[in-house]
Design a binder for this molecule. Structure first.
Ligand SMILES: [Zn+2]
Length: 386
Protein backbone atom coordinates (compact mmCIF):
# COMPACT_ATOMS: atom_id res chain seq x y z
CA UNK A 1 0.00 0.00 0.00
CA UNK A 2 1.46 3.36 -1.00
CA UNK A 3 2.11 5.75 1.82
CA UNK A 4 1.87 9.52 1.69
CA UNK A 5 5.51 10.46 1.53
CA UNK A 6 7.43 13.33 0.05
CA UNK A 7 9.87 12.31 -2.66
CA UNK A 8 13.47 12.23 -1.48
CA UNK A 9 15.38 15.45 -2.06
CA UNK A 10 18.76 15.55 -3.81
CA UNK A 11 20.31 16.30 -0.41
CA UNK A 12 18.76 13.18 1.09
CA UNK A 13 19.92 11.17 -1.89
CA UNK A 14 23.45 12.50 -1.48
CA UNK A 15 23.55 11.07 2.04
CA UNK A 16 23.15 7.59 0.55
CA UNK A 17 26.22 7.88 -1.67
CA UNK A 18 29.91 8.12 -0.82
CA UNK A 19 31.66 11.45 -0.85
CA UNK A 20 33.37 10.60 -4.14
CA UNK A 21 30.05 10.55 -6.01
CA UNK A 22 29.74 13.90 -7.84
CA UNK A 23 26.91 15.89 -6.23
CA UNK A 24 26.40 17.59 -9.58
CA UNK A 25 25.39 14.21 -11.08
CA UNK A 26 22.89 13.61 -8.30
CA UNK A 27 21.42 17.09 -8.75
CA UNK A 28 21.24 16.58 -12.51
CA UNK A 29 19.89 13.03 -12.77
CA UNK A 30 17.81 12.48 -9.63
CA UNK A 31 14.87 14.62 -10.83
CA UNK A 32 14.55 12.43 -13.96
CA UNK A 33 14.59 9.28 -11.85
CA UNK A 34 12.21 10.63 -9.22
CA UNK A 35 9.60 11.60 -11.79
CA UNK A 36 9.99 8.34 -13.73
CA UNK A 37 9.41 6.37 -10.51
CA UNK A 38 6.34 8.48 -9.76
CA UNK A 39 4.98 7.86 -13.27
CA UNK A 40 5.27 4.14 -12.68
CA UNK A 41 3.49 4.49 -9.34
CA UNK A 42 6.56 3.47 -7.36
CA UNK A 43 7.65 6.87 -6.05
CA UNK A 44 7.45 5.84 -2.37
CA UNK A 45 10.50 5.66 -0.16
CA UNK A 46 10.96 1.88 -0.28
CA UNK A 47 11.05 1.71 -4.07
CA UNK A 48 13.10 4.91 -4.37
CA UNK A 49 15.68 3.33 -2.06
CA UNK A 50 15.77 0.23 -4.23
CA UNK A 51 16.29 2.41 -7.30
CA UNK A 52 19.13 4.30 -5.65
CA UNK A 53 20.71 1.12 -4.31
CA UNK A 54 20.60 -0.32 -7.83
CA UNK A 55 22.27 2.76 -9.27
CA UNK A 56 24.98 2.65 -6.64
CA UNK A 57 25.60 -1.06 -7.11
CA UNK A 58 26.10 -0.51 -10.86
CA UNK A 59 28.06 2.73 -10.69
CA UNK A 60 28.83 5.04 -7.81
CA UNK A 61 29.29 7.88 -10.29
CA UNK A 62 25.50 8.31 -10.44
CA UNK A 63 25.25 8.70 -14.20
CA UNK A 64 23.99 6.54 -17.04
CA UNK A 65 27.11 5.03 -18.58
CA UNK A 66 28.43 2.46 -21.01
CA UNK A 67 29.65 -0.81 -19.65
CA UNK A 68 33.44 -0.74 -19.85
CA UNK A 69 35.26 -3.25 -22.04
CA UNK A 70 36.64 -5.91 -19.71
CA UNK A 71 37.65 -9.53 -19.50
CA UNK A 72 33.96 -10.33 -18.95
CA UNK A 73 32.90 -9.06 -22.35
CA UNK A 74 36.03 -8.87 -24.51
CA UNK A 75 38.41 -11.68 -25.47
CA UNK A 76 42.15 -10.95 -25.49
CA UNK A 77 42.89 -9.44 -28.90
CA UNK A 78 39.21 -9.59 -29.88
CA UNK A 79 36.95 -6.68 -30.70
CA UNK A 80 35.24 -4.88 -27.81
CA UNK A 81 32.23 -6.73 -26.33
CA UNK A 82 32.85 -9.58 -28.78
CA UNK A 83 32.15 -12.15 -26.06
CA UNK A 84 28.53 -10.92 -26.05
CA UNK A 85 28.03 -11.37 -29.80
CA UNK A 86 26.85 -14.95 -29.60
CA UNK A 87 24.98 -14.68 -26.30
CA UNK A 88 21.69 -16.23 -27.45
CA UNK A 89 20.30 -15.91 -23.91
CA UNK A 90 20.47 -12.14 -24.46
CA UNK A 91 18.93 -12.44 -27.91
CA UNK A 92 22.14 -11.42 -29.64
CA UNK A 93 22.45 -12.62 -33.23
CA UNK A 94 26.17 -12.43 -33.94
CA UNK A 95 29.02 -10.08 -34.72
CA UNK A 96 28.33 -6.49 -33.70
CA UNK A 97 25.39 -7.17 -31.38
CA UNK A 98 27.65 -7.40 -28.34
CA UNK A 99 28.94 -3.89 -28.89
CA UNK A 100 25.65 -2.40 -30.09
CA UNK A 101 23.69 -3.74 -27.14
CA UNK A 102 26.35 -3.46 -24.46
CA UNK A 103 25.39 -2.49 -20.93
CA UNK A 104 24.00 1.05 -20.73
CA UNK A 105 22.11 3.34 -18.44
CA UNK A 106 21.48 3.15 -14.71
CA UNK A 107 20.50 -0.53 -14.82
CA UNK A 108 23.09 -1.56 -17.40
CA UNK A 109 20.51 -2.77 -19.89
CA UNK A 110 22.26 -5.48 -21.93
CA UNK A 111 21.45 -7.54 -25.05
CA UNK A 112 19.21 -7.26 -28.09
CA UNK A 113 16.17 -8.81 -26.36
CA UNK A 114 16.23 -6.39 -23.47
CA UNK A 115 16.76 -3.38 -25.73
CA UNK A 116 13.78 -4.49 -27.85
CA UNK A 117 11.48 -5.32 -24.96
CA UNK A 118 12.11 -2.36 -22.67
CA UNK A 119 12.41 0.06 -25.58
CA UNK A 120 8.94 -0.94 -26.69
CA UNK A 121 7.59 -0.60 -23.16
CA UNK A 122 8.80 2.98 -22.81
CA UNK A 123 8.10 3.93 -26.42
CA UNK A 124 11.68 4.44 -27.62
CA UNK A 125 13.17 2.49 -30.54
CA UNK A 126 16.28 1.25 -28.81
CA UNK A 127 17.00 -1.32 -31.52
CA UNK A 128 17.65 1.50 -33.97
CA UNK A 129 19.18 3.85 -31.43
CA UNK A 130 20.65 1.79 -28.56
CA UNK A 131 22.76 4.80 -27.52
CA UNK A 132 19.58 6.52 -26.34
CA UNK A 133 19.63 4.17 -23.34
CA UNK A 134 22.18 6.56 -21.82
CA UNK A 135 19.98 9.65 -22.32
CA UNK A 136 18.94 10.85 -18.86
CA UNK A 137 15.20 10.65 -19.35
CA UNK A 138 15.36 7.31 -21.18
CA UNK A 139 17.77 5.84 -18.64
CA UNK A 140 15.50 6.95 -15.82
CA UNK A 141 12.43 5.38 -17.44
CA UNK A 142 14.29 2.13 -18.08
CA UNK A 143 15.26 1.95 -14.43
CA UNK A 144 11.70 2.68 -13.28
CA UNK A 145 10.20 0.16 -15.70
CA UNK A 146 12.71 -2.48 -14.66
CA UNK A 147 11.80 -2.02 -11.00
CA UNK A 148 8.07 -1.81 -11.68
CA UNK A 149 8.16 -5.22 -13.36
CA UNK A 150 9.69 -6.67 -10.21
CA UNK A 151 7.75 -4.56 -7.74
CA UNK A 152 5.96 -7.24 -5.72
CA UNK A 153 8.94 -9.54 -5.09
CA UNK A 154 11.22 -6.54 -4.49
CA UNK A 155 8.90 -5.15 -1.83
CA UNK A 156 8.66 -8.55 -0.24
CA UNK A 157 12.45 -8.96 -0.18
CA UNK A 158 12.90 -5.52 1.36
CA UNK A 159 10.18 -6.05 3.96
CA UNK A 160 11.76 -9.34 5.00
CA UNK A 161 15.20 -7.71 5.04
CA UNK A 162 16.53 -10.11 2.41
CA UNK A 163 18.73 -7.68 0.50
CA UNK A 164 20.62 -10.41 -1.34
CA UNK A 165 17.31 -11.56 -2.83
CA UNK A 166 16.43 -7.98 -3.74
CA UNK A 167 19.75 -7.51 -5.51
CA UNK A 168 19.36 -10.82 -7.34
CA UNK A 169 15.93 -9.75 -8.62
CA UNK A 170 17.45 -6.72 -10.33
CA UNK A 171 20.86 -7.98 -11.37
CA UNK A 172 20.47 -11.73 -11.47
CA UNK A 173 23.50 -12.07 -9.24
CA UNK A 174 25.29 -10.52 -6.31
CA UNK A 175 27.38 -7.94 -8.17
CA UNK A 176 27.65 -4.81 -6.03
CA UNK A 177 25.70 -6.34 -3.15
CA UNK A 178 27.72 -4.49 -0.49
CA UNK A 179 27.08 -1.12 -2.10
CA UNK A 180 23.46 -2.06 -2.68
CA UNK A 181 22.93 -3.07 0.96
CA UNK A 182 24.77 -0.07 2.35
CA UNK A 183 22.51 2.27 0.40
CA UNK A 184 19.37 0.60 1.72
CA UNK A 185 20.70 0.67 5.28
CA UNK A 186 21.62 4.33 5.08
CA UNK A 187 18.18 5.18 3.78
CA UNK A 188 16.09 3.19 6.19
CA UNK A 189 14.82 4.91 9.31
CA UNK A 190 16.82 4.07 12.44
CA UNK A 191 15.60 0.92 14.15
CA UNK A 192 15.21 0.51 17.89
CA UNK A 193 18.22 -1.83 17.90
CA UNK A 194 20.41 0.78 16.23
CA UNK A 195 19.80 3.27 19.07
CA UNK A 196 21.18 1.05 21.83
CA UNK A 197 24.64 2.55 21.67
CA UNK A 198 23.30 6.08 22.20
CA UNK A 199 22.56 5.22 25.86
CA UNK A 200 19.46 7.37 25.58
CA UNK A 201 16.06 5.75 25.51
CA UNK A 202 14.77 9.13 24.34
CA UNK A 203 16.02 8.01 20.93
CA UNK A 204 12.92 5.84 20.68
CA UNK A 205 10.55 8.49 22.04
CA UNK A 206 8.52 8.48 18.81
CA UNK A 207 7.77 4.78 18.97
CA UNK A 208 7.19 4.96 22.73
CA UNK A 209 4.67 7.74 22.32
CA UNK A 210 2.67 5.69 19.82
CA UNK A 211 2.31 2.95 22.41
CA UNK A 212 1.57 5.38 25.23
CA UNK A 213 -1.08 7.14 23.18
CA UNK A 214 -3.08 3.93 23.25
CA UNK A 215 -2.86 3.61 27.03
CA UNK A 216 -3.44 7.25 27.70
CA UNK A 217 -6.69 7.24 25.83
CA UNK A 218 -7.83 4.47 28.18
CA UNK A 219 -7.26 6.84 31.13
CA UNK A 220 -4.69 4.52 32.63
CA UNK A 221 -2.02 7.20 32.92
CA UNK A 222 -1.88 10.92 33.59
CA UNK A 223 0.85 13.40 32.80
CA UNK A 224 2.70 14.59 35.90
CA UNK A 225 2.60 18.37 35.79
CA UNK A 226 3.33 20.58 38.79
CA UNK A 227 5.34 23.79 39.17
CA UNK A 228 7.68 22.10 41.67
CA UNK A 229 8.29 18.96 39.61
CA UNK A 230 11.10 18.90 37.06
CA UNK A 231 11.51 16.08 34.57
CA UNK A 232 15.12 15.59 33.55
CA UNK A 233 16.23 13.96 30.36
CA UNK A 234 14.64 13.31 27.01
CA UNK A 235 14.06 9.69 28.01
CA UNK A 236 11.59 10.68 30.67
CA UNK A 237 7.99 9.89 29.92
CA UNK A 238 6.10 12.17 32.29
CA UNK A 239 3.35 9.70 33.03
CA UNK A 240 2.18 7.94 36.17
CA UNK A 241 -1.00 6.18 37.18
CA UNK A 242 -3.54 8.73 38.50
CA UNK A 243 -3.34 7.66 42.17
CA UNK A 244 0.46 7.63 42.12
CA UNK A 245 0.60 11.06 40.49
CA UNK A 246 -1.81 12.51 43.05
CA UNK A 247 0.20 11.07 45.93
CA UNK A 248 3.44 12.40 44.48
CA UNK A 249 2.05 15.89 44.15
CA UNK A 250 0.77 15.73 47.74
CA UNK A 251 4.30 14.84 48.93
CA UNK A 252 5.86 17.62 46.87
CA UNK A 253 3.40 20.20 48.19
CA UNK A 254 4.00 19.04 51.74
CA UNK A 255 7.75 19.61 51.42
CA UNK A 256 7.37 22.66 49.24
CA UNK A 257 10.65 22.18 47.36
CA UNK A 258 11.45 21.27 43.75
CA UNK A 259 11.55 17.54 42.99
CA UNK A 260 13.79 16.34 40.15
CA UNK A 261 12.59 13.14 38.44
CA UNK A 262 15.16 11.31 36.33
CA UNK A 263 12.86 8.55 35.19
CA UNK A 264 9.17 7.81 35.59
CA UNK A 265 7.21 5.76 33.11
CA UNK A 266 9.11 3.59 30.67
CA UNK A 267 7.67 1.68 27.79
CA UNK A 268 8.62 -2.01 27.52
CA UNK A 269 10.66 -1.03 24.46
CA UNK A 270 12.69 1.37 26.59
CA UNK A 271 12.93 -1.19 29.37
CA UNK A 272 14.23 -3.69 26.79
CA UNK A 273 17.04 -1.32 25.81
CA UNK A 274 17.97 -0.59 29.42
CA UNK A 275 17.83 -4.27 30.32
CA UNK A 276 20.16 -5.11 27.43
CA UNK A 277 22.52 -2.28 28.36
CA UNK A 278 22.62 -3.64 31.91
CA UNK A 279 23.33 -7.16 30.70
CA UNK A 280 26.18 -5.88 28.55
CA UNK A 281 27.43 -3.52 31.26
CA UNK A 282 26.92 -0.63 28.87
CA UNK A 283 25.89 2.94 29.52
CA UNK A 284 26.72 2.75 33.23
CA UNK A 285 23.57 0.75 33.95
CA UNK A 286 24.12 -1.72 36.79
CA UNK A 287 20.83 -3.59 36.90
CA UNK A 288 17.44 -3.43 35.27
CA UNK A 289 14.47 -5.76 35.25
CA UNK A 290 13.48 -7.30 31.93
CA UNK A 291 10.34 -5.90 30.32
CA UNK A 292 7.58 -5.67 31.32
CA UNK A 293 8.38 -6.51 34.96
CA UNK A 294 9.54 -3.13 36.19
CA UNK A 295 7.17 -0.83 38.07
CA UNK A 296 8.48 1.81 35.68
CA UNK A 297 6.54 -0.01 32.97
CA UNK A 298 3.35 0.48 34.94
CA UNK A 299 3.74 4.15 35.82
CA UNK A 300 4.19 3.19 39.48
CA UNK A 301 7.88 4.06 39.96
CA UNK A 302 10.16 7.08 39.91
CA UNK A 303 13.92 7.63 40.06
CA UNK A 304 14.68 10.97 41.71
CA UNK A 305 17.46 13.23 42.93
CA UNK A 306 17.90 13.78 46.70
CA UNK A 307 16.24 10.49 47.55
CA UNK A 308 17.14 10.65 51.26
CA UNK A 309 15.68 14.13 51.58
CA UNK A 310 12.47 13.10 49.90
CA UNK A 311 12.10 9.71 51.55
CA UNK A 312 10.04 10.72 54.63
CA UNK A 313 7.68 12.86 52.58
CA UNK A 314 7.13 10.22 49.93
CA UNK A 315 6.65 7.45 52.49
CA UNK A 316 3.85 9.40 54.12
CA UNK A 317 2.05 9.34 50.75
CA UNK A 318 2.27 5.71 49.79
CA UNK A 319 5.68 5.70 48.10
CA UNK A 320 8.33 3.18 49.22
CA UNK A 321 12.08 3.44 48.94
CA UNK A 322 13.47 0.36 47.22
CA UNK A 323 16.75 0.25 49.11
CA UNK A 324 20.40 1.09 48.98
CA UNK A 325 21.15 -1.07 45.93
CA UNK A 326 18.99 1.23 43.77
CA UNK A 327 18.95 4.37 45.93
CA UNK A 328 17.12 6.70 43.54
CA UNK A 329 14.15 4.40 43.05
CA UNK A 330 10.74 4.63 44.73
CA UNK A 331 7.68 2.45 44.10
CA UNK A 332 4.10 3.50 44.64
CA UNK A 333 2.73 0.76 46.88
CA UNK A 334 -0.73 2.01 47.82
CA UNK A 335 -2.63 0.80 44.78
CA UNK A 336 -2.54 0.81 41.03
CA UNK A 337 -2.61 -1.86 38.38
CA UNK A 338 0.05 -3.65 36.37
CA UNK A 339 0.25 -1.94 32.99
CA UNK A 340 3.27 -3.85 31.69
CA UNK A 341 1.15 -6.42 29.87
CA UNK A 342 -1.19 -3.71 28.53
CA UNK A 343 1.80 -1.84 27.13
CA UNK A 344 3.16 -4.98 25.48
CA UNK A 345 -0.28 -5.62 24.00
CA UNK A 346 -0.45 -2.03 22.73
CA UNK A 347 2.90 -2.53 21.00
CA UNK A 348 1.79 -5.83 19.49
CA UNK A 349 -1.35 -4.20 18.11
CA UNK A 350 0.65 -1.28 16.73
CA UNK A 351 3.13 -3.65 15.10
CA UNK A 352 0.34 -5.73 13.56
CA UNK A 353 -1.33 -2.67 12.05
CA UNK A 354 1.90 -1.92 10.20
CA UNK A 355 3.09 -5.48 9.57
CA UNK A 356 -0.05 -7.41 8.64
CA UNK A 357 2.02 -10.03 6.83
CA UNK A 358 4.23 -10.75 9.85
CA UNK A 359 1.82 -10.43 12.75
CA UNK A 360 2.59 -10.99 16.42
CA UNK A 361 0.27 -12.92 18.70
CA UNK A 362 -1.67 -10.26 20.63
CA UNK A 363 -1.24 -11.79 24.06
CA UNK A 364 0.41 -8.99 26.04
CA UNK A 365 3.31 -11.33 26.82
CA UNK A 366 6.93 -10.41 26.22
CA UNK A 367 8.58 -13.19 24.23
CA UNK A 368 11.33 -13.60 21.63
CA UNK A 369 9.06 -12.71 18.69
CA UNK A 370 7.91 -9.49 20.36
CA UNK A 371 11.47 -8.60 21.33
CA UNK A 372 12.64 -9.16 17.74
CA UNK A 373 9.81 -7.01 16.41
CA UNK A 374 10.72 -4.24 18.86
CA UNK A 375 14.33 -4.34 17.69
CA UNK A 376 13.27 -3.92 14.06
CA UNK A 377 10.69 -1.20 14.72
CA UNK A 378 11.49 2.34 13.62
CA UNK A 379 12.80 4.38 16.55
CA UNK A 380 10.85 7.42 15.41
CA UNK A 381 7.62 5.44 15.24
CA UNK A 382 5.72 3.87 12.40
CA UNK A 383 4.83 6.16 9.49
CA UNK A 384 1.25 7.38 9.44
CA UNK A 385 -0.79 5.69 6.77
CA UNK A 386 -2.16 7.52 3.77
ZN1 LIG B 1 13.94 3.00 38.99
Amino acid sequence: MAQAQQPLTATEVSALFPAATPRSNIARYWPYISSALAEEGIGDRAMALLALATIRAESEGFEPIDEHPSAWNTAPGGHPYGLYDERRDLGNLGSGDGEAFRGRGFVQLTGRDNYARYGEQIGVDLLKRPDLANEPEVAAHLLARFLKEREAPLRHALASDNLAAARRLVNGGQHGLNRFSDTIRRGQPASVASTRSTCDTGAIAGLSQQVLDRLETQGALVAVAHPLIQLEGAHNNAWLQPQAAKALIAAVEERGEPLVINSALRTPMQQHLIHQQAQRSECGIQAAAPPPFSNHNSGLAIDIEDASGWRPYLERHGWQWLGAWDPMHFDYAAGGVDLGGAQVLAFQQLWNEHNPKAPLVEDGLWGPATAAAVERSPAAGFPSKA
